[in-house]
Design a protein around this ligand. Sequence first.
Ligand code: CP
Ligand code: NVA
Length: 318
Amino acid sequence: MKQPGKKPGLKNLRGRDFLSVEDFSPKEIKAVFALAADMKARPKSYRKSLEGKFVALIFEKPSLRTRTTFTVGVAQLGGGSITLTPADINLGKRESVYDVAKNLERWVDGIMIRTFGHDICTSMAEHASIPVINGLTDHEHPCQALADFFTIIECKGNLAKLKVAYVGDGNNVAHSLVLTAARLGARMVLATPATFKPDAGVMERSCAAAEETGAAIAWTSDPAEAVRDADVVYTDTWASMGQEQEAEARRKIFAPYQVNRELFSMADPGALFMHCLPAHRNEEVTDEIIDSSNSVVFQEAENRLHVQKAVMQALMRG
Ligand code: CP
Ligand code: NVA
């Protein structure tokens, strides 16, 4: 079989950044999925693929999944990592983003950054000569969306004829999901309160990409309209990291968007329930739904590992 680095679509990713789903073409996303599937099936074949490569993991927000999967993932590929938290580098205060980028590029082969403003992530990428991966900003969570669509394809075979519903806040996860749906030709309906719509630019660019790929992207304020006959029902927290002070007010506004038995029963009986986690049980989703046999939340979490290994290998080795 072809060596991973020779697979079409992967070659061009070497040395590039992954700050947004929009950084990868549909062909490149599919090539990353093919590599991730092979890495999941034959992990031992990739034990040395990033040998001698190091990645710096910058976290300005908490994390379970992203921190663990990047740390374990690069180690499984033969490389190493160092985690840098605000206690270590205090990005932008102790030292500028520029200076951090210029230091790190001398020592490591890639940077994963989880931060607040998306501009911090783009600034890191602009100044660092090594690949930068977005591990979540206020605007996007691209690694999550790739792992999620990889999971949907794993469970359902392909995306053709599927209806993906997203219910809740028009946030970073919603942005990356709709951009991915548009690139992969999926049908996606997002239901959010009118005052918490996804970013207008993200929706415009998703609709434009959909015209090229045959995807169908729509927004509604009605959760029932989104969930009716859906094959996937996705939700996320109503108050993201950094919005903790709004949590109480948001609980009231988002109450009609809770994924519970009544709402979920409108979906196709074989519908998947998905959530990026961490979940706020009995807020955006009831225990009954997240613990049901329709729920694939831990499969999604596992697939973060495989998909991010493929992303790291594509960018850092090529
Ligand atoms: N879904 C996700 O990114 O989880 P963490 O915040 O725990 O990394
Ligand atoms: N929207 C959530 C996702 C957490 C993985 C947040 O930004 O906190």
